[in-house]
Design a protein. Sequence first.
Length: 498
Amino acid sequence: MRTIGHFVNGQVLEGASGRFGDVFNPNTGEVQARVVLATDAELDAAVQAAAKAQIGWAATNPQRRARVMFEFKRLIERDMNALAELLSSEHGKVIADSKGDIQRGLEVIEFACGVPHVLKGEYTEGAGPGIDVYSMRQPLGVCAGITPFNFPAMIPMWMFGISIAVGNSFILKPSEKDPTVPVKLAELMMEAGAPAGVLNVVHGDKSAVDAILTHPLIRAVSFVGSSDIAHYVYQTGAAHGKRVQAMGGAKNHGVVLPDADLDQVVKDLSGAAFGSAGERCMALPVVVPVGKKTADELRERMVAEIETLKVGISTDPGVHYGPVVSAAHRAKIADYIQVGVDEGAELVVDGRDFALQGFEKGFFIGPSLFDGVKKGMKTYQEEIFGPVLQIVRAESFEEALALPSEHQYGNGVAIFTRNGRAAREFASRVNVGMVGINVPIPVPVAYHTFGGWKRSAFGDTNQHGVEGVKFYTKVKTITARWPEGDHEGDAFVIPTMQ
């Protein structure tokens, strides 16, 4: 049985807790490895190593740190195929999707390669008589990231890429469901030239999370996961004096106006709702067609489209999506489908009985489609996180606009239309953090910023882009005067710039 250890101070450690988590192959349902779970002492040792390494790393000039990012990017591209295969073997997403996972993280690394530019401060000459004022951005110290199973490469790179580039050291606690790729990323960061201790990976469960949130040397914590835990992470981390950005759940809507190109909409919905088995925080599990004619036609086309979808093992290049991550998660999705039936929604396509010949023990579930879903239903209010698409019909633009605006989650939303005025009004008024116009999954590019509203995000600063730089740095402002021997004036009065 393969054992996945921690990566601390440049070395793989087997761990001393005697506690392990099972790592499954979702295609077969078999346990393929076990991951060690850290003690508080092991977490503390990683933090101490990170704190020691950070002093020298922060003193390294930004251009040299950027060169490490450039080399890390090259190494990721060199090992892209091997990393994607590893990722798929533990998560279950198809190889092409795993490559997309890695690539979207790599785009943030590319942004981090320009760190000397984004770290530049401000300068005012002659703000007062002989007085200059300038500012600088400095690293925080040791930072930490707690990442989910659904993007084991992208989300860690979103976090540690910028944090390390600006001069911090980093503790990564990845999901214990698919922990191998995060360790490989840390090894590649060392190969790229980062000093030992700058990037550490510590595996664990709630005990490790709490140790991170309360450790006095950890200055900032970034989290992605469910909303309840995100709220807990935010409250606990903030109570211990840390900066916290905690991204939670989602229930992203796709509003379809009568003038939309339905051929394109159906293809977009298929990928956005069922791609990666729906295990994306930016998936699109709710479609809101406006008007009965639009809804009826969309439903008919979606049924036909679902019939063409192929579900299979993650290494099969001919399938659209693979298994979900665990048996427990598959059961949870199936339970939600039954709840939807019990609530009175019409189950048009039922994917619960799907089984793949030769892989009957794999964690597969077929695509499902509901119609007649109402906003008071539990399955509408909560995140299913599986290959389930719900049709919520609306009679007007205003009714469609209100659905995502009033929902407890506010991560992403999309509108499909040829009407520029309607799209502009929708984008302006909708109470959601990220908006797509004829774009089903509106994840911003790396030099912009990612973040939802309402219960989809806790904290004041978004992920990556300039917002990420602000999160992982603190501003120091200096007011300087070089006297010329004139000591006139009252030093007991607050200085002004008159």
